[in-house]
Design a protein around this ligand. Structure first.
Ligand SMILES: Cc1ncc(COP(=O)(O)O)c(C=O)c1O
Length: 457
């Protein structure tokens, strides 16, 4: 396994990265790529948990590029599958004349989810991005229940297309579009259960202590609950242990479809194949994407057959489809990536490395998450610096007073040392650790030492 540590040859970002960033600024919507004195680097190639930039600098990646590269960047078997498929068939007619790989992947996804969870039949709607998988789930719930309302959670991130954004929580993403949003979604605190009538369970539950939010509309207005079993971009938040099972009961009692968004947490990220397995709760629909194809953009909504079969039979015109649906390259990549997850037992590896890392991080700060989706909390100090909670007073990372939250500043400092990391949380107040699941202890240990050194400066 590729086991390299960072090797920096230029100042970061290097001269080539700086030139390219300047040019990109001229042609790409200015809202997209953040360009600043110390940001970004341009990636040239990547393998395993290593990334090389255009200036020849080598990094260790603690992000898996938004949680995608679980089987390792440029996983050789995934690359070979995509190359072979590209030679044979790059594009078919998703909902008209399909290709066999779409069938094979649909079967694999159903077997991995509802087949394993409840030995029940399932159906798949393919898409290209996470947000689109969420759109498919929201539409499925509406088709099934004929009710428009959706209950989502504060801190939730489900993507940025209009339907998904409607359920995403973050105020800064919603603000410019606020007048178009808020039509069918009610957000309640993550971990809580809505209080409906004299709902005794809500009162009993630990989550009830979070305030038992009541809903602004009658319960029969709502057709779905959408939830991340562990919130990712919201700051790596693990809910109370009874939360998902209470949600399941709530949905069963009131006839709502329960949607798990496992786009970030799925495919071994949390130490299980899917995060919901930590609590043994089975949803009606599950959204997957990101790591599913080792870097190829493909996603899916997988659902229990009884719910999915509320969609009308196609009469030659699908009412929900897209041009690239079930694209052969994406399907080939996903089948190979899932094969790699099984071959390398990445669920077990993620759990073991996560346990090891959590123990090492515990002496350093407060850590939350499961497997290799971990978040480090920092206590901010008055001068704009921060220190890991519980660490001695001398362990202060000096910050810029009034500057961004410390993890945001730390991420820049880590980049200077050859470690790629990202902040998570609404304000970037959490340092995320979501590396490729093939990362080694040596690489993780190195990153930790860099982090500790930065914190002791
Ligand atoms: C839980 C979750 N859902 C949905 C999405 C949206 O996925 P995409 O960016 O592929 O549209 C993300 C992306 O980070 C996510 O973390």
């Amino acid at each position: 396994m590729n086991d390299l540590l960072p090797l920096l040859k230029t100042r970061i970002p290097g001269p080539q990265s700086r030139v390219l960033a300047k040019q990109l600024r001229r042609y790409e919507s200015r809202n997209i790529t953040y360009v600043a004195e110390h940001w970004p680097i341009f990636w040239k190639r990547a393998a395993g948990a290593n990334v090389w930039d255009v200036d020849g600098n080598r990094y260790v990646d603690l992000t898996a590029a938004f949680g995608v590269a679980s089987v390792g960047h440029g996983n050789p078997r995934v690359v070979a599958a995509v190359k072979a498929q590209a030679d044979e068939l790059m594009h078919a007619m998703g909902d008209v004349h399909p290709n066999e790989l779409k069938l094979r992947l649909a079967r694999e996804l159903v077997e991995l989810t509802f087949g394993r969870w409840s030995k029940s039949a399932g159906r798949v709607i393919f898409a290209n991005s996470g947000a689109e998988a969420v759109e498919a789930a929201l539409k499925t719930a509406t088709i099934h229940t004929k009710r428009p309302g959706v209950i989502a959670f504060e801190g939730a991130y489900h993507g940025l297309t209009y339907g998904a954004l409607e359920t995403t929580w973050r105020p800064d993403f919603r603000k410019p579009f606020a007048k178009q949003l808020g039509r069918f979604t009610t957000h309640i605190p993550f971990g809580s259960l809505p209080l409906v009538g004299r709902d005794r369970r809500a009162r009993r539950s630990r989550s009830g202590r979070l305030g038992q939010p009541s809903l602004p509309k009658p319960i029969d207005y709502y057709g779905a609950v959408i939830v991340e079993p562990i919130q990712g971009r919201g700051g790596i938040v693990v809910p109370p242990d009874d939360f998902l099972s209470n949600l399941r009961e709530f949905c069963d009692e009131h006839g709502l479809v329960l949607i798990f968004d496992e786009i970030y947490t799925g495919f071994c990220r949390t130490g299980k194949w899917f995060a919901s397995e930590h609590w043994g709760v089975v949803p009606d629909l599950v959204c997957v994407g990101k790591a599913m194809a080792g870097g190829f953009p493909i996603s899916a909504c997988v659902g229990r057959a009884e719910v999915m079969d509320s969609w009308p039979e196609s009469n030659g015109e699908a009412i929900h489809t897209s041009t690239f649906l079930g694209n052969p390259l994406g399907c080939a990549a996903a089948l190979a990536a899932i094969g790699e997850m099984k071959r390398m037992k990445l669920d077990v590896r993620s759990r073991d490395l996560g346990d090891w890392l959590t123990k090492r991080l515990a002496q350093f700060g407060t850590v939350r998450g499961k497997g290799l989706i971990l978040g480090i909390e920092f206590a901010e100090t008055r001068d704009g610096g921060a220190r890991p909670p519980g660490a001695p007073k001398s362990s202060v990372i000096s910050g810029r007073p009034g500057g961004p939250p410390l993890p945001v500043q730390l991420v820049e400092k880590l980049l200077q040392r050859g470690v790629l990391a990202l902040p998570e949380g609404d304000r970037g107040e959490i340092l995320g650790v979501t590396p490729p699941l093939v990362i080694t202890e040596k690489q993780l240990g190195y990153c930790l030492d860099v982090l500790i050194a930065l914190c002791q400066k």
